[in-house]
Ligand binder design. Structure first.
Ligand SMILES: Cc1ncc(COP(=O)(O)O)c(C=O)c1O
Length: 411
């Protein structure tokens, strides 16, 4: 970290309302104590191995490697975490902190719903009350996750402001926190927001990179040529990248949502695109997609979890320093890649994760069979069944939905 607390180069910081200052001071103190206590990390690792699926496997994608004829492709299986995504790593860690702080209620924002499901699960396990804020558009896109959050005992609040996606859900969660900070912790889902959130979330997600580095050395005897990860806020990417930051020979590639194409304006590419500019919003400084007046723009991605206007200040710094390269994958490329990965490997990546696969598949053929690459598969695609079935225009799925609709209408 840079000398100025909470800054990564010129990015980051903590731009918070005065009323939250004591809450942030309490959180920073609790986090600092936990980070300095090896027993805390051990408790976290133990819980992740008994309650989630850690260490998650590193799967060799033999069929795809054969198809492309270039680098050996490995997939880090964060989809095998309990609740189906890397989000569980961060949420369980913050849950242990909440227990230490003695708070009784948690709130969270969610885009794809995976962070919401993970938070609702953690709240059920630790006995906390739980409220989840979710943009109305994401409620529509990720209905299965809303169902699960409610069944896990959480209250899901659809947010109708703005573009009704992730940024609007974050604003609403902060509004709640200002009025509830005495007994409530805000479980930020990604490496964004005011300090100490980026550092805290990155610390819990570093478990991915620590495991991945040891696993690839064990499997291949060397380091990978490149590591690919999709980037919404940036938590799965920072999680795996941290394992390789001190290995300059390993290229780190973040893949953003190219949506309907970078020239269409309908995307969420902050660093790969040419449209983002420096700004301060939602408590931190980074590159945001905004208009000339500093108003946040609407974004688009087929993947709800990548549909965000900002990006981690940590990643913006690493991008500026040339350590992380950025690329974008379009919605159409993502659907093709999903199809290929399902059919060739029997693996169903989340729409978000499939963005990382797109770029890795573009670059693998240009590498040698002596090289290996790792794709961080941040989550599994079950949650996306409605979106994927719609995009594939699947006739038997449509028939099923129409029949179900008729049954409910007749009730
Ligand atoms: C499966 C999955 N992957 C990736 C993301 C993007 O978040 P991040 O960039 O913080 O990893 C999300 C967010 O909801 C997600 O659910």
């Amino acid at each position: 970290m840079d000398i100025k607390e909470g800054y990564y180069g010129q990015w980051g910081g903590a731009f918070t309302p005065e009323v939250l200052h004591s809450t942030f001071a309490e959180l920073k103190a609790a986090f600092k104590k936990a980070k300095e206590d090896p027993a805390f990390w051990q408790e976290y690792v133990n819980l992740m191995s008994s309650y989630s699926c850690r260490p998650t496997p590193l799967t060799a994608a033999e069929n795809l490697s054969g198809l492309f004829g270039g680098a050996r492709i490995f997939i880090k299986r964060e989809d095998l975490n309990h609740t189906g995504a890397h989000k569980a790593n961060n949420v369980i860690g913050q849950g242990l902190l909440v227990k230490r702080m003695g708070k009784k209620r948690v709130i969270a924002e969610t885009g794809a719903g995976q962070h919401g499901v993970a938070t609702a699960t953690m709240a059920a396990k630790f006995g906390f009350d739980c409220t989840i804020y979710m943009g109305e558009e994401d409620v529509r896109r990720q209905r299965p996750n809303v169902f699960w959050m409610e069944k896990l005992g959480a209250t899901v609040v659809p947010v109708t402001d703005g573009s009704r996606t992730l940024k609007d859900a974050i604003n609403e969660a902060f509004r709640d926190w200002v009025g509830s900070m005495d007994d409530t912790h805000y479980v930020m889902g990604t490496v964004c927001g005011p300090h100490p959130f980026p550092e805290m979330v990155a610390w819990f997600q570093s478990i991915i990179g620590i495991e991945a580095r040891a696993q690839i050395l064990d499997r291949t005897g060397g380091l990978p040529a490149a590591v690919y990860a999709c980037v919404g806020g940036g938590s799965n990417a920072m999680g795996i990248f941290q394992g390789f930051l001190n290995d300059p020979e390993v290229e780190l590639v973040g893949v953003e949502a190219g949506g309907r194409g970078l020239d269409s304006g309908e995307h969420a590419s902050r660093l790969a695109g040419r449209d983002a500019s420096p700004g301060v919003a939602q408590g931190y400084k980074t590159m945001f997609l905004q208009n000339a007046d500093g108003q946040m723009r609407d974004t688009h991605s087929v993947a709800a979890g990548l549909d965000y206007i900002g990006v981690s200040p940590m990643l913006t710094d690493l991008w500026e320093k040339g350590r992380v390269r950025f690329a974008a994958a379009t919605d159409a490329e993502v659907m093709d890649t999903l199809d290929l990965t399902m059919r060739r490997e029997g693996i169903i990546p989340a729409l978000e994760s499939a963005h990382g696969f797109v770029q890795a598949f573009k670059e693998a053929p240009g590498l040698s069979p002596d090289d290996s690459i790792i794709i961080n598969m941040s989550g599994r695609g079950d949650k996306d069944i409605f979106t994927i079935a719609h995009a594939f225009n699947d006739p038997s799925w449509k028939e099923f939905i129409i029949a179900r609709g008729k049954e409910y209408a007749a009730e």
